[in-house]
Design a protein around this ligand. Structure first.
Ligand code: PEP
Ligand code: MG
Length: 597
């Protein structure tokens, strides 16, 4: 009889709500994922894109090998470095390339599958050769092929050989890895790295994938592929080898959550209006144009943040003006008269892109990120994006906001560029919106302190608390070891937020919050009391936040916000907001209060 395995529990950081019960797909760094991808057919119209993606993946693998070779050159003798020459020959092999291209165009196969099949054929041919030296080269081929395949599949390779849905357990998932996950095949994921405000966590919430981050290495080592596991994204709990009783308990919890969210969904047409008549806008944060439908499904009244960089990450080439125009137009037309706020490209920090960035930076969060990157490094990309936005503006209620602003000059420079582009469009007789609204994201202490002057040159503020907390407290938002210091209710952060709201009022411009705290009911009483006009959040969070807003009295929330601003510690400030949440909406408080801290 097989040995009965002991139930093992681990707590990580609760990053995305929901439960997942299923078998594990284990992804280790050191593994070569040269496993057969899913065999499917593509539409002939997709062939060119697949071929471009194949070449981009070959290039990426070639660059990686060149870097490895360079690193080794300083440490090893020339014969070791030669190993990589053999590998480079494989990435440059014309015969292989042509066969893959032909399989994509003539047999309508996706690039990853075509590449896998062609490489297998090469390996089979070499394996039967009498020369043992050549035979040994099969390991090199598989090694390079695994590298190329990783790029082709953006790390989904580990998932490809399963027919059922899985819980992914990995050391790390970058934002691009996460964005590339196939929601139909993944139940949820747990990783060793990251914190609740990292982009990996944000994406998990957007994709409605339950997720736990920052799990211990010891737990990771105890897990094997195919093990049964329960992932509780509400509390950050992972249960390996659950007993029948535990599994039954979690199936009940899943059912209860489904009923509860179904009930919340029935309130989606109600205004987010406090008991004493103050109406807030609750809108959605999205990374993918298809998620407009999810925002509508949850009753959001607009898109408060479209993270446009995800059009660039994982793309086989840079999206051009027409392609971007089509995307924005689709979003605007779907939202009708409701506002769609597109944030210009925010590359840098933890969102890195080889196709866009020419240099690796030693400290990417403090480097050329967001609007700095666009103005300094890729003005060409910003021009294309702004042209597409100006043209898209005629299809709906479009607003544009700029990330990582630290000074007035950045806004003025973008405004000047917009004027130049308008002239260009006029000359080309292309239709565009003449009065595009421009907003500043307030996500650096500099911007928050400079809110007065900034308010004079923009049409709205959107407070990005994810970064504002990171930069104010000098706490890397992606570092799980600093999670204990990442406090959105730190007095320094609250003072900055309050300053923005005061300045926005003084200059009569609206202010929204689009950082993750906007969708966390713990902070709703506080943010309502501080007087923000709009909260923009992952679509799934709209229901709970709406319920809280509707139970609040503005006068009470304002009083609580005043008390919060006088607190000297983050814990005390949070407790005031939490207490109000417990008083007005205990059922929501129960949902967000972790059972283990
Ligand atoms: C923020 O910083 O709060 C924000 C909304 O932007 P992002 O999370 O994409 O950095
Ligand atoms: Mg940000």
């Amino acid at each position: 009889m097989p040995e009965k395995k002991q139930e093992l529990i681990c707590y990580g950081i609760a990053a995305s709500n929901g439960y997942a019960i299923g078998r594990v797909c284990l992804v280790r760094h050191d593994e070569s994922f040269f496993v057969e991808p899913l065999d499917r057919n593509i539409d002939p119209s997709e062939a060119a894109g697949e071929i471009a993606h194949f070449h981009a993946s070959l290039d990426a693998a070639r660059n990686e090998i060149l870097i490895l070779q360079e690193e080794l050159r300083s440490k090893a003798d020339a014969s070791d470095v030669g190993i990589f020459d053999a590998q480079l020959l494989i990435t440059d092999d014309q015969l292989l390339t042509r066969e893959v291209e032909s399989m994509i165009s003539n047999n309508c196969k996706p690039a990853d599958y075509a590449f896998f099949k062609v490489v297998e054929k090469f390996v089979a041919a070499i394996s039967v050769m009498p020369d043992s030296y050549i035979k040994e080269r099969t390991a090199d081929i598989r090694d390079v092929a695994a590298r190329v395949l990783t790029h082709l599949q953006e790390r989904q390779s580990g998932m490809m050989h399963y027919d059922d849905q899985r819980i992914i357990l990995a050391h790390d998932l970058t934002p691009s890895d996460t964005a590339a996950l196939d929601r139909r095949r993944v139940l949820g994921f747990a990783v060793e790295t990251g914190s609740a405000s990292s982009h990996t966590a944000i994406l998990a919430r957007s994709m409605q994938l339950p997720a736990v981050l920052g799990i211990s290495g010891d737990f990771f080592e105890a897990v094997h592929d195919n093990d049964m596991m329960i992932l509780d994204g509400y509390t950050g709990k992972l249960i390996l080898h659950p007993t029948k009783e535990t599994e039954a308990e979690y199936r009940r919890k899943m059912e209860a959550a489904l009923v509860f969210f179904h009930k919340l969904a029935s309130e989606k047409r109600l205004n987010a209006e406090t008991c004493d008549g103050f109406v807030l806008q609750l809108s959605g944060n999205i990374e993918n144009v298809d998620d407009v439908a999810t925002v509508q499904e949850y009753g959001g009244c607009g898109i408060g943040l479209f993270r446009s960089e995800y059009m660039f990450l994982n793309a086989s080439g840079l999206p051009g003006e027409e392609e971007q125009l089509a995307t924005y137009k689709r979003m605007l037309q779907a939202m009708g008269s409701e506002a769609v706020v597109v944030r210009t490209l925010d590359i840098g920090g933890d969102k890195l892109d080889q196709a866009l960035q020419r240099y690796a930076e030693p400290n990417p969060f403090l480097g050329l990120r967001g609007i700095r990157f666009c103005l300094q490094e890729r003005r060409d990309v910003l021009r294309t994006q702004l042209r597409a936005l100006l043209r898209a503006g005629v299809y709906g209620n479009l607003k544009v906001m700029l990330p990582m602003v630290t000074c007035v000059e950045e806004i003025l420079e973008v405004r000047a560029l917009i004027e130049e582009l308008k002239q260009e469009l006029r000359r080309e007789k292309l239709e565009f919106v003449p009065d595009l609204q421009i907003g500043a994201m307030i996500e650096t202490p500099a911007a928050a302190l400079l809110a007065g002057p900034l308010a004079k040159v923009v049409d709205f503020f959107s407070i990005g608390t994810n970064d504002l907390v990171q930069y104010t407290l000098a706490v890397d938002r992606t570092n799980e070891r600093l999670n204990y210091l990442y406090y959105p209710t730190h007095p320094a952060v609250l003072t900055l937020i309050a300053n923005c709201i005061t300045m926005a009022r003084r200059h009569n411009i609206p202010v929204s919050v689009c950082g993750e705290i906007a969708g966390d009911p713990k902070f709703t009483p506080l943010l309502v009391g501080l007087g923000v006009h709009e909260l923009s959040m992952p679509p799934v969070a709209i229901g709970p936040v709406r319920r809280v807003v509707r139970q609040l009295q503005m006068a009470d929330a304002e009083l609580a916000a005043q008390q919060v601003l006088e607190c000297e510690t983050p814990e005390k400030a949070l407790e005031i907001s939490m207490k109000m949440l417990r008083d007005v909406a205990p059922e929501i408080a129960e949902l967000v209060a972790p059972e283990h801290v």
